[in-house]
Design a protein around this ligand. Structure first.
Ligand code: NAP
Length: 268
């Protein structure tokens, strides 16, 4: 096992992140003598920070707003990172920055764990058209017979994203009309991070619609609470967070982390 010089999460802001909690739990459980640290880096300091991290043979994760910039900075990227156009996981190989995107596998794993139906032949409404929505589409693209309907506040963003996934994706005018036709609805906007706002009223969803919120917060998001109150199967973004982190851990160290320790750390 090659141990990186540093293991970091790059973001701006980043202090609220739960990743150090569960990554450090997994490191301790694996007996790896390394601490997972956060680095708050403003966009204009990103290139300099990356150079410093590469010189130290570092590895880590990337969060808002740097996923596309780190993608551009990588010398080598996995096919899934190329498909999404964003990097959330990086490492250093012979002085070169390398990137992957584990949000795709994290979303896929969380969906399979949350719902008792295999994700195939389903129409997925994707609310939002940013980097997380792109990762969702890259996962849906692999599900046999699945399709996606994308909507965003800014229609041009939904159109651009759907154009990158022409085999599976079409565009709807707004969040409600995308969701009305779907078997699964995914919130890929920040709505619900705080306050009581929901991306769409769960009352408009058909019975049996699966509800997946990429957002997570202590005590569940208001959308998940309201969807469950309506009797719908609904899950928040916590499992996706842990699963993308577990896939990153395997990418860095070549071994599976103790997922139970990771889940216990975020729940505790
Ligand atoms: P992003 O690139 O900024 O995209 C956000 C999208 O949401 C955009 O399409 C934006 O609309 C739309 N949006 C933003 N504010 C809105 C509002 N008030 N009303 C309606 N639409 C709004 O962000 P991202 O990286 O895709 O992340 C989206 C969310 O997913 C974040 O909350 C993030 O925390 C979460 N996430 C969770 C995980 C996890 O592991 N659980 C992983 C990744 C991301 P426009 O088209 O107008 O720009």
């Amino acid at each position: 096992m090659t141990i990186p010089g540093r293991l970091v999460l790059l973001g701006h802001p980043v202090s609220h992140s739960l990743s150090p909690r569960f990554q450090n739990a997994a490191l301790r459980r694996a007996g790896i003598n390394l601490a997972y640290e956060t680095i708050d880096v403003a966009p204009d300091a990103l290139q300099e920070t990356l150079q410093m991290l590469v010189a130290m043979r570092s590895a880590g994760n990337v969060t808002i707003p740097h996923k596309r910039a780190v993608f551009a900075a990588c010398a080598t990227r996995t096919p899934v990172a190329e498909r999404v156009g964003a990097v959330n996981t990086f490492w250093t190989d012979r002085g070169r920055l390398c990137g992957d995107n584990t949000d795709v596998g994290g979303f896929d794993a969380a969906v399979r764990a949350a719902f008792d139906r295999p994700p195939q032949g389903i129409t997925v409404a994707v609310l939002g058209a940013g980097g997380a929505a792109a990762a969702v589409l890259a996962a849906v693209e692999r599900w046999p017979g699945a399709r996606a309907v994308v909507a965003s506040r800014t229609r041009a963003n939904a159109e651009n994203l759907a154009q990158a996934f022409p085999r599976i994706a079409t565009v709807a005018d707004d969040y409600a009309s995308a969701a009305a036709r779907a078997g699964m609805v995914v919130n890929a906007t920040p709505i619900g991070l705080s306050g009581d706002e929901v991306p769409i009223d769960p009352a408009i969803l058909r019975a049996g619609t699966l509800v997946f919120d990429l957002v997570y917060r202590r005590g569940m998001t208001p959308w998940i609470l309201r969807a469950r109150a309506r009797g719908l199967a609904a899950t928040d973004g916590m499992a996706m967070l842990v699963e993308q982190g577990a896939l990153s851990f395997t990418r860095w160290f070549g071994v599976e982390p103790d997922r139970e320790a990771m889940y216990a750390a975020v729940r505790g």
